[in-house]
Ligand binder design. Structure first.
Ligand SMILES: [Zn+2]
Length: 125
C-alpha cells in the first residue's frame, strides 16, 4: 500500500509499504520522524566532503602522496586512507614503550641474556 509521508525536513514523498496494518502505521510514524531520502543523501555527501577536507589536511601534514582520480574518487580514497592511518596510529599508541620491552627481555632467562650478548658482540668473539 502507498503512503504519503511528510518527513521531518518538511519534504513529502510516497512510500510503498507491505505487511500488517499495525506494522505499516508504525513505519509511517517512524518515517515522519526522519528526514527525506534526498536530504539524507545531501547530509551524507556533506559529511563525506567534511571528512575528506580533514583527511586532506592530515595527508599534507604527514607528507602523504597526492591521490589521483576523479574528485569523487580522490575524496573517497582520502577518507579511506585517513581511516587506515588513524587505525595504524592507534595501534602504535597502544604498543608498550621501548624501555618496557627491554625490561621484559631482561627478566627472561639467562639463556636469553647470553643469546643477546652473543648477538650484540662483534663477529670475532
Ligand atoms: Zn528533505
Amino acid at each position: 500500500m502507498k503512503y504519503e509521508i511528510e518527513y521531518a525536513c518538511g519534504h513529502t514523498g510516497t512510500v510503498q509499504l507491505f505487511g500488517k496494518t499495525a506494522d505499516r502505521e508504525r513505519k509511517v510514524k517512524w518515517l515522519e520522524t526522519q528526514i527525506c531520502p534526498a536530504c539524507e543523501h545531501a547530509e551524507i555527501e556533506k559529511r563525506r566532503a567534511e571528512e575528506a577536507t580533514v583527511a586532506k589536511e592530515k595527508a599534507e601534514e604527514f607528507g602523504l602522496p597526492e591521490l589521483e582520480g576523479t574528485p569523487k574518487q580522490v575524496s573517497w580514497a582520502l577518507t579511506i586512507r585517513d581511516k587506515i592511518l588513524n587505525r595504524e596510529l592507534d595501534t602504535v599508541n597502544v604498543l608498550p614503550p621501548i624501555e618496557a620491552g627491554a625490561s621484559c627481555f631482561n627478566e627472561n632467562s639467562a639463556t636469553d641474556s647470553k643469546e643477546l650478548r652473543r648477538l650484540t658482540l662483534s663477529p670475532q668473539a
